[in-house]
Design a protein around this ligand. Structure first.
Ligand SMILES: C[S@@+](CC[C@H](N)C(=O)[O-])C[C@H]1O[C@@H](n2cnc3c(N)ncnc32)[C@H](O)[C@@H]1O
Length: 250
Protein backbone atom coordinates (compact mmCIF):
# COMPACT_ATOMS: atom_id res chain seq x y z
CA UNK A 1 0.00 0.00 0.00
CA UNK A 2 1.22 3.52 -0.74
CA UNK A 3 1.96 5.72 2.21
CA UNK A 4 -1.13 7.87 1.61
CA UNK A 5 -3.42 4.86 1.14
CA UNK A 6 -4.90 5.64 4.51
CA UNK A 7 -6.28 8.85 3.00
CA UNK A 8 -8.84 6.49 1.46
CA UNK A 9 -8.97 3.80 4.11
CA UNK A 10 -8.87 6.26 6.98
CA UNK A 11 -12.50 7.34 6.63
CA UNK A 12 -14.53 5.68 9.38
CA UNK A 13 -11.39 4.06 10.83
CA UNK A 14 -11.45 5.54 14.33
CA UNK A 15 -14.81 4.08 15.51
CA UNK A 16 -13.76 0.51 14.57
CA UNK A 17 -10.13 0.71 15.59
CA UNK A 18 -10.56 1.87 19.19
CA UNK A 19 -7.31 1.32 21.10
CA UNK A 20 -7.49 -1.53 23.58
CA UNK A 21 -6.44 -0.29 27.05
CA UNK A 22 -4.67 -3.58 27.82
CA UNK A 23 -2.44 -3.30 24.78
CA UNK A 24 -1.91 0.36 25.61
CA UNK A 25 -0.69 -0.66 29.08
CA UNK A 26 1.68 -3.24 27.58
CA UNK A 27 3.13 -0.61 25.23
CA UNK A 28 3.56 1.90 28.08
CA UNK A 29 5.39 -0.76 30.07
CA UNK A 30 7.65 -1.45 27.08
CA UNK A 31 8.48 2.27 26.81
CA UNK A 32 9.66 2.08 30.41
CA UNK A 33 10.75 5.34 31.97
CA UNK A 34 10.81 7.28 28.69
CA UNK A 35 9.25 10.63 29.49
CA UNK A 36 9.00 11.65 25.84
CA UNK A 37 8.34 9.53 22.77
CA UNK A 38 7.73 9.61 19.03
CA UNK A 39 4.77 7.59 17.75
CA UNK A 40 5.67 6.59 14.21
CA UNK A 41 2.84 5.75 11.79
CA UNK A 42 0.53 7.03 14.48
CA UNK A 43 -2.66 6.86 12.46
CA UNK A 44 -5.50 8.39 14.45
CA UNK A 45 -3.38 8.35 17.61
CA UNK A 46 -4.15 4.88 18.92
CA UNK A 47 -1.97 3.68 21.77
CA UNK A 48 -0.26 6.99 22.38
CA UNK A 49 0.56 7.12 26.08
CA UNK A 50 -1.08 10.07 27.82
CA UNK A 51 1.24 10.06 30.82
CA UNK A 52 4.23 11.45 28.91
CA UNK A 53 4.97 13.81 26.02
CA UNK A 54 4.32 12.04 22.72
CA UNK A 55 4.78 13.51 19.24
CA UNK A 56 3.01 11.67 16.44
CA UNK A 57 4.43 11.17 12.94
CA UNK A 58 1.97 10.07 10.26
CA UNK A 59 1.94 10.42 6.45
CA UNK A 60 -1.83 10.43 5.92
CA UNK A 61 -3.66 13.74 6.33
CA UNK A 62 -6.98 11.89 6.74
CA UNK A 63 -5.59 9.86 9.63
CA UNK A 64 -4.15 13.00 11.21
CA UNK A 65 -7.55 14.71 11.11
CA UNK A 66 -9.11 11.77 13.00
CA UNK A 67 -6.88 12.34 16.01
CA UNK A 68 -9.14 13.00 19.01
CA UNK A 69 -8.97 16.54 20.50
CA UNK A 70 -6.81 15.72 23.58
CA UNK A 71 -4.17 14.07 21.38
CA UNK A 72 -0.67 15.51 21.53
CA UNK A 73 1.27 17.25 18.78
CA UNK A 74 1.52 15.59 15.37
CA UNK A 75 3.52 16.13 12.22
CA UNK A 76 3.01 14.75 8.72
CA UNK A 77 5.99 12.59 7.86
CA UNK A 78 7.33 9.09 7.31
CA UNK A 79 9.36 6.63 9.34
CA UNK A 80 12.16 6.65 6.80
CA UNK A 81 12.88 10.30 7.56
CA UNK A 82 11.82 11.23 11.06
CA UNK A 83 11.56 14.95 11.80
CA UNK A 84 13.52 14.81 15.07
CA UNK A 85 17.09 15.50 15.97
CA UNK A 86 19.36 12.62 16.98
CA UNK A 87 18.53 11.57 20.55
CA UNK A 88 15.67 14.07 20.57
CA UNK A 89 13.20 11.81 22.42
CA UNK A 90 13.51 9.12 25.08
CA UNK A 91 11.46 6.55 23.24
CA UNK A 92 10.22 5.72 19.75
CA UNK A 93 7.18 3.51 19.24
CA UNK A 94 5.29 2.21 16.25
CA UNK A 95 2.10 0.15 16.27
CA UNK A 96 1.00 -2.11 13.38
CA UNK A 97 2.71 0.16 10.88
CA UNK A 98 6.08 -1.34 9.85
CA UNK A 99 4.40 -3.42 7.13
CA UNK A 100 3.46 -0.20 5.30
CA UNK A 101 6.90 1.35 5.25
CA UNK A 102 8.78 1.61 1.98
CA UNK A 103 12.15 0.93 3.68
CA UNK A 104 12.00 -1.03 6.93
CA UNK A 105 15.74 -0.80 7.63
CA UNK A 106 15.77 2.96 7.15
CA UNK A 107 12.69 3.43 9.34
CA UNK A 108 14.07 1.35 12.21
CA UNK A 109 17.46 3.05 11.93
CA UNK A 110 15.64 6.38 12.20
CA UNK A 111 13.83 5.21 15.35
CA UNK A 112 17.14 4.14 16.90
CA UNK A 113 18.68 7.46 15.85
CA UNK A 114 16.03 9.69 17.44
CA UNK A 115 15.49 7.66 20.63
CA UNK A 116 17.77 7.76 23.67
CA UNK A 117 16.28 4.86 25.65
CA UNK A 118 13.71 2.57 24.07
CA UNK A 119 12.45 1.50 20.65
CA UNK A 120 9.12 -0.36 20.73
CA UNK A 121 7.66 -2.05 17.65
CA UNK A 122 4.23 -3.67 17.76
CA UNK A 123 3.79 -6.00 14.82
CA UNK A 124 2.19 -9.21 13.62
CA UNK A 125 4.02 -12.54 13.38
CA UNK A 126 2.85 -14.00 10.07
CA UNK A 127 3.82 -17.52 11.13
CA UNK A 128 1.02 -17.34 13.69
CA UNK A 129 -1.39 -15.71 11.23
CA UNK A 130 -0.98 -18.79 9.03
CA UNK A 131 -2.95 -20.80 11.60
CA UNK A 132 -5.89 -18.36 11.86
CA UNK A 133 -9.22 -19.87 10.78
CA UNK A 134 -9.81 -16.95 8.40
CA UNK A 135 -6.67 -17.92 6.50
CA UNK A 136 -7.09 -21.66 6.84
CA UNK A 137 -10.76 -21.88 5.82
CA UNK A 138 -11.61 -18.79 3.80
CA UNK A 139 -8.83 -16.46 2.79
CA UNK A 140 -5.40 -17.91 2.07
CA UNK A 141 -4.86 -14.72 0.08
CA UNK A 142 -4.73 -12.79 3.36
CA UNK A 143 -1.70 -14.80 4.45
CA UNK A 144 -0.01 -14.06 1.12
CA UNK A 145 -0.62 -10.34 1.70
CA UNK A 146 0.73 -10.51 5.24
CA UNK A 147 3.79 -12.53 4.28
CA UNK A 148 4.67 -10.17 1.43
CA UNK A 149 4.16 -7.06 3.58
CA UNK A 150 5.12 -7.83 7.18
CA UNK A 151 8.74 -8.30 8.08
CA UNK A 152 9.43 -11.50 9.97
CA UNK A 153 10.08 -11.17 13.67
CA UNK A 154 13.57 -12.54 12.95
CA UNK A 155 14.14 -9.68 10.46
CA UNK A 156 13.09 -7.12 13.08
CA UNK A 157 15.43 -8.65 15.64
CA UNK A 158 18.27 -8.62 13.13
CA UNK A 159 17.68 -4.90 12.50
CA UNK A 160 17.23 -4.18 16.21
CA UNK A 161 20.10 -6.03 17.90
CA UNK A 162 19.38 -7.00 21.50
CA UNK A 163 15.61 -6.73 21.06
CA UNK A 164 13.29 -8.84 23.20
CA UNK A 165 10.01 -10.20 21.83
CA UNK A 166 6.79 -10.55 23.84
CA UNK A 167 3.55 -12.14 22.62
CA UNK A 168 0.35 -10.22 23.38
CA UNK A 169 -2.59 -12.66 23.26
CA UNK A 170 -5.61 -10.71 22.00
CA UNK A 171 -8.52 -10.64 24.50
CA UNK A 172 -11.87 -11.83 23.11
CA UNK A 173 -13.35 -8.40 23.75
CA UNK A 174 -10.44 -6.43 22.25
CA UNK A 175 -11.75 -2.98 21.34
CA UNK A 176 -9.34 -2.59 18.40
CA UNK A 177 -11.09 -4.31 15.50
CA UNK A 178 -8.14 -5.23 13.35
CA UNK A 179 -8.67 -8.33 11.25
CA UNK A 180 -6.96 -10.97 13.40
CA UNK A 181 -8.38 -9.46 16.61
CA UNK A 182 -11.86 -10.61 15.59
CA UNK A 183 -10.89 -14.26 16.08
CA UNK A 184 -13.98 -15.05 18.22
CA UNK A 185 -16.37 -12.65 16.45
CA UNK A 186 -16.67 -14.03 12.89
CA UNK A 187 -19.90 -12.13 12.22
CA UNK A 188 -17.96 -8.87 12.44
CA UNK A 189 -16.23 -9.61 9.13
CA UNK A 190 -19.60 -9.50 7.38
CA UNK A 191 -19.89 -5.80 8.20
CA UNK A 192 -18.46 -3.62 5.39
CA UNK A 193 -17.58 -0.90 7.90
CA UNK A 194 -15.45 -3.37 9.89
CA UNK A 195 -13.72 -4.61 6.75
CA UNK A 196 -13.12 -1.03 5.62
CA UNK A 197 -10.99 -0.42 8.73
CA UNK A 198 -8.45 -3.18 7.98
CA UNK A 199 -5.96 -2.72 5.18
CA UNK A 200 -5.96 -6.36 4.00
CA UNK A 201 -9.53 -6.10 2.75
CA UNK A 202 -8.57 -3.09 0.61
CA UNK A 203 -5.77 -5.01 -1.02
CA UNK A 204 -7.85 -8.00 -2.16
CA UNK A 205 -9.72 -7.88 -5.49
CA UNK A 206 -13.45 -7.30 -5.03
CA UNK A 207 -14.48 -10.76 -6.34
CA UNK A 208 -12.16 -12.36 -3.76
CA UNK A 209 -13.67 -10.32 -0.93
CA UNK A 210 -17.15 -11.25 -2.17
CA UNK A 211 -16.21 -14.94 -2.17
CA UNK A 212 -14.75 -14.82 1.35
CA UNK A 213 -17.75 -12.97 2.77
CA UNK A 214 -20.21 -15.26 0.99
CA UNK A 215 -18.47 -18.43 2.23
CA UNK A 216 -18.18 -17.15 5.79
CA UNK A 217 -21.79 -15.96 5.86
CA UNK A 218 -22.90 -19.34 4.56
CA UNK A 219 -20.94 -21.25 7.20
CA UNK A 220 -22.28 -19.02 9.96
CA UNK A 221 -25.83 -19.56 8.73
CA UNK A 222 -25.48 -23.37 8.57
CA UNK A 223 -23.52 -23.66 11.82
CA UNK A 224 -20.45 -25.04 10.04
CA UNK A 225 -18.23 -22.27 11.43
CA UNK A 226 -19.37 -23.07 14.95
CA UNK A 227 -18.89 -26.80 14.43
CA UNK A 228 -15.28 -26.15 13.55
CA UNK A 229 -14.39 -23.12 15.65
CA UNK A 230 -17.24 -22.58 18.11
CA UNK A 231 -14.92 -23.35 21.05
CA UNK A 232 -13.26 -20.00 20.35
CA UNK A 233 -16.41 -18.10 21.31
CA UNK A 234 -15.79 -18.97 24.97
CA UNK A 235 -12.03 -18.46 25.03
CA UNK A 236 -10.71 -15.43 26.96
CA UNK A 237 -7.75 -14.62 24.71
CA UNK A 238 -5.84 -16.04 21.75
CA UNK A 239 -2.36 -15.58 20.39
CA UNK A 240 -3.05 -14.37 16.85
CA UNK A 241 0.50 -13.15 16.34
CA UNK A 242 0.65 -9.73 18.02
CA UNK A 243 4.24 -9.17 19.09
CA UNK A 244 5.88 -6.37 21.06
CA UNK A 245 9.52 -6.03 20.06
CA UNK A 246 11.44 -3.89 22.54
CA UNK A 247 14.98 -2.61 22.37
CA UNK A 248 16.63 -0.95 25.35
CA UNK A 249 19.20 1.51 24.01
CA UNK A 250 20.69 2.65 27.29
C1 LIG B 1 -2.60 0.01 10.53
S1 LIG B 1 -2.32 1.74 10.66
C2 LIG B 1 -1.88 1.83 12.36
C3 LIG B 1 -2.11 3.19 12.92
C4 LIG B 1 -1.93 3.27 14.43
N1 LIG B 1 -0.53 3.10 14.78
C5 LIG B 1 -2.82 2.29 15.14
O1 LIG B 1 -2.31 1.38 15.81
O2 LIG B 1 -4.03 2.41 15.04
C6 LIG B 1 -0.77 1.98 9.82
C7 LIG B 1 -0.33 3.42 9.72
O3 LIG B 1 0.98 3.49 9.15
C8 LIG B 1 1.01 4.65 8.33
N2 LIG B 1 2.13 4.59 7.38
C9 LIG B 1 2.14 4.15 6.10
N3 LIG B 1 3.36 4.29 5.56
C10 LIG B 1 4.15 4.84 6.51
C11 LIG B 1 5.52 5.25 6.55
N4 LIG B 1 6.34 5.08 5.51
N5 LIG B 1 5.98 5.81 7.69
C12 LIG B 1 5.18 5.95 8.76
N6 LIG B 1 3.88 5.58 8.77
C13 LIG B 1 3.37 5.02 7.67
C14 LIG B 1 -0.35 4.67 7.66
O4 LIG B 1 -0.67 5.92 7.10
C15 LIG B 1 -1.24 4.26 8.84
O5 LIG B 1 -1.72 5.37 9.56
Amino acid sequence: MGKAAYDTMGRGYAPIRRPDPRLAAAIEAALGDSTSAANVGAGAGSYEPTDRLVVAVEPSAVMLTQRPPPAGPAVQGVAERLPFRTGGVDGAMTVISVHHWTDLGAGLAEMVRVARRRVVVVTIDTEVVAGHWMVQDYAPEILDLHVSAFPTVADLCRLLPGASVTAWPVPADCTDGFLAALWSRPEAHLDPAVRAASSAWHQLPEPVVDRIVRDLAGDLATGRWDDRHGHLRGAPALDVGVRIVTTALA
